[in-house]
Design a protein around this ligand. Structure first.
Ligand code: SAJ
Length: 425
């Protein structure tokens, strides 16, 4: 069985490598010559636990190679990006471009599976594009059984655990017809240990969007609580911990906003599909984005109470214990503070080799945690890296701290920042 994986990004490359390890002949297709060269030399262009060794092995054994061109195959997996445009409309142009190249090599009996997070109806749109470009082939759901099988099967993996979760997570497989779904199911069964459950393509598209929206709405609840609790001078982490002792309550953790490439994006696909009826989902997005502005304002209030003192921003990653800084609320907050306070701002990020470009020209610099503890008086905690949690309280009793992640719960209480102080008195 020959498999082509279109798009060698965070999902496509690990997927291609896993299928290749299972013994299939896999061709990874990407528009970037750099990515193709890197993979063909047995190396990786993305950071992910254990991926480098896996890719090196399957390339050396000849089971995986990369190419700029799509080749005839038995199975095609499309895993290209689906960003949102400025106006929040989903941009499925990469999916349709990938589908165009696949169409040119399709033959009866082939299976096409879309994995990219997509607005509802994208898999059908892909089917219609195939029908238009290949009138010689019968498409599923149009008349009779169809010559090719088309399905949607979203990925659900967590960065940092991608290879484990690709195998262990349950998969939801949506076919254009039940027969398409059964064909895709037989394919995934070869390398997925989790349950594989079939449904329609439209339902599967919605499932993916709903999963990430569920998380966004729940994080928004925690973020909204954190602002309310701050005004009421209550420790939100204690409130959440105690409320979660209720057997049916499970509140998530507040933070400086929501980052990453999925949770802050996918809810817009639902909102765009039905703006009138998605008020809660839209509001959650606004609450989470607004939390970033709130953190900048509160941190600035605190900093203004310590004129001339150095400020340590702890963490830049989009979440704990990873080295991914894209779409990170921590970067957004720290960069805005750096633009305002310049070289007084020091950044502590054990996972960064260099500062992200957002800090160019601000005068802010990267320092280590020990130096920050010696040199800085004000601490703004933006990421809950384990390394930060382990600072003993006696090393930070004299610091003024704005903690967005509840990393130092035992920090001695000090007067709240000016704006909150007025409320509290
Ligand atoms: N966050 C909080 N509070 C929390 C949990 C998360 O503020 O209690 C923040 C994080 O700090 C981060 C953001 O949310 O900035 C997203 O982090 P995450 O760990 O919730 O999710 P991602 O983006 O790493 O991965 C998500 C996962 N989706 C779900 O958990 C429903 C993953 O399974 C998906 O495969 C992935 O999106 C994706 O590719 O769609």
């Amino acid at each position: 069985q020959k498999v082509s994986v279109i798009g060698l990004g965070y999902i496509g490359l690990p997927t291609a490598a896993l299928i290749a390890r299972g013994g299939c002949q896999v061709v990874g297709v990407d528009v970037s010559a750099h990515v193709v060269e890197t993979v063909n030399s047995g190396r990786v262009h993305i950071e992910e636990v254990d991926l480098d060794g896996l890719v090196q092995g399957v390339v050396a054994r000849g089971n995986l190679r990369a190419s700029l061109e799509v080749e005839p195959s038995d199975v095609f997996i499309i895993a290209v990006p689906t960003p949102v445009a400025e106006d929040r409309a989903p941009d499925i142009s990469h999916v349709l471009n990938a589908a165009r190249t696949v169409a040119s090599v399709l033959k009866p009996g082939d299976t096409v599976i879309l994995e990219s997070t997509s607005p509802v109806g994208t898999t059908e749109a892909m089917r219609d594009l195939f029908a238009q470009l290949r009138p010689d082939l019968r498409m599923p759901g149009q008349s009779g059984a169809g010559d090719i099988a088309i399905s949607y099967c979203p990925e659900r993996v967590l960065p940092g655990r991608i290879l484990v979760e690709l195998i262990d997570n349950d998969r939801c497989i949506g076919g254009i017809t039940p027969r398409c779904a059964r064909k895709a199911l037989a394919f995934y069964r070869q390398f997925v240990r989790g349950a594989c459950i079939t449904t329609t393509a439209r339902a599967a598209e919605m499932v993916k969007l709903v999963e990430n929206s569920f998380r966004d709405v729940n994080i928004a609840f925690a973020n909204e609580l954190s602002v309310i609790a701050e005004r009421m001078d209550i420790d939100v982490w204690e409130v959440i911990r105690l409320a979660n002792r209720h057997p049916r309550v499970n509140i998530l953790q507040p933070g400086p906003g929501v980052g990453g490439h999925c949770i802050a994006v996918d809810p817009w696909f639902i909102v765009h599909g039905d703006p009138e009826n998605s008020r809660l989902i839209r509001t959650a997005r606004e609450v989470n984005d607004g939390k970033t502005d709130h953190v900048v304002a509160c941190a600035s209030d605190l900093i203004d109470e310590y004129p001339g003192e150095d400020i340590a921003c702890l963490g830049l990653a989009f979440k704990a214990n990873i080295d991914d800084f894209r779409e990170s609320p921590a970067v957004k907050v720290a960069a805005r503070l750096a633009r305002r306070y310049g070289r007084r701002v020091k950044l502590v990020e054990p996972y960064a080799q260099a500062l992200p470009m957002e800090f160019a020209g601000t005068g802010a610099e990267l320092i280590d945690l020990d130096t920050a503890l010696e040199q800085c008086s004000v601490f703004v905690i933006l990421v809950d890296h384990d390394m930060f949690k382990s600072v003993p309280v006696d090393e930070r009793t004299d610091k003024a701290v704005y903690d967005t992640r509840g990393v130092w719960p035992d920090q001695p209480r000090r007067l709240a920042p000016a704006s909150l102080g007025r409320m509290a008195v």
